[in-house]
Structure formats: structure tokens, C-alpha cells
Design a protein around this ligand. Sequence first.
Ligand code: ZN
Length: 283
Amino acid sequence: MKNPLSDYAREGRRLAGIPVFDVHAHVGQWPGCEGQTPDDMIVEMDRIGIDVAAVSSTLAIGSEFAAGNDQVADAIRRYPGRFIGYCHVSAMYPELMLPELKRCFARRGFKGVKVYVVGAKYNDPRFDPVWTFARERRAPVLAHTWGGDLNGLDKAAERFPGVAFMAAHTGSGFAYESYIEAALRVKNLVLDLTYSREHTQMIETIVEKVPLDQIVWGSDAPCFSMSHQIGKILMARIPDEAKRSIICRTAARLFGWKPMALKRRNGETVSRCTGEGQERQRL
Ligand SMILES: [Zn+2]
């Protein structure tokens, strides 16, 4: 096969012409993840060949969600087309969730909703206005989960079939059977393979059992390394077509990503998120 994706990882080459969409990254600081700014992330994205990263704010996890969402807006403003924004809302402040969503989505580049495991389970009625908003705006939802506990996300997804719910950190804590079971049961539940450690054959097992249109990839940068995270997909024992789907195609569909909005890098034609042989199609 020409240019198998594992060669890029093996040789340390940039994924030139291979579209890559990171659905899970952050702006802001977090204990243990200090130091990397959006400027640093763009350098790393260019080095690896990551076209676009959907980001939420670490600051927004606490009470400062509005200031955190403003940091996301600032990163989008400085790097248009390279960052997509998640509006982070918190069940600790239920009365502020809808106003904050409206404030974010009135601004450029916000296309998703980010929620965290504080205040209420995801199937709690407090979240219903958020899911209704996401359905109206066709905005995918990225929800933090960990260690095999979906925190009610699968139940929320069952009640809101018109919303794409991404379960972050599928496989974290070596736990993935519950995610596979839920994805097979709930078709609008999408597994986000953002985690740091895994059993051998974990990605292979997930890809064997779960449809590719329910699997996406993210880095969790700057907390986790983008190169580490993409390497585990590129070197997995799965077909290149599955890798392309995981690192871009499904995310592009969920976000309605238009690569035409991307700036050209180094005179190189930006890539479409399409199948084998079409990735260098001129725009
Ligand atoms: Zn994260």
C-alpha cells in the first residue's frame, strides 16, 4: 500500500496531505499541564500535521466558565480556521447554562458544547435545555467521562437521538467494555479515544466492534501529548481507512467542518477529509 499511515509515525514525518481533526484539546492551564499556550499548540499541530483542533477551556471547568469561554474565543480569533470552540457550561450553575450558550454561539467559531462531571449526571433534567440547544444548533457535545463510567451520558443520548454525544476518554483506566456496549446500543453516542494508557489491542477491539462513524480522536493537549495520542492510532493494527475515519472523517461530519476555511500552510493545498486518493484534491 502506498504511504501507509504507520510509516508517518515510524519515520516521524508530518502528516502532509492527510487531514487530521482533533476533537478534544484545551486552552488554559491545568495542574500538571502547565506551559503550553495556543501559540505552542499551533507549532505542534503544524509539526505533526493536525489541521484543526476543537478546544475548550480548562478555566471553564470551575466557576470561571465565562472567562474560560472568552479564552477560547481569543484563540479562535488569533488562529481562525485552526481552532473550533466548545462552549463550556456547568450544571453547578444551571440558570446560567442557556444564556452562556447563546453568548458563545453568537461569536465566531463556536460549534460544540463541552460539559464536565460536576453538579449533576448528564441525564439529569438540568441538562435538558443544553441538549435541546445542541439539537437546534446541530452542535456536537463533548462530555468528560472517565474509567468506564459514562455518568448518564448514554441515557441522555437515548433521550436526545438528534444530538451527537461524544464520550471523552473512552478507554481511560483500561475500561472500555462499557463504552462499546453503550455505543452499540445508542447510535448517537460517539467514542472519543482521548486517554493516556491502554491495553494492547484496545483500539483494535473497539474498531472491530463499534461502527467507524461512532469513533473520533482527540489529543487532550496540552495535558497529553499530541504526538503520543496520534501515534497510537497511526500504529494501530487497523486498516488505513479506519485510521482516516478516526482522525478526521467522523469528526468532520459531526462538526460540519469545511476545510475550505483553512488557511494554506507553506503554499501547500489544504486537504479534504475524504477517502483514499482524494486527500490531495485541490480546492
Ligand atoms: Zn480534556
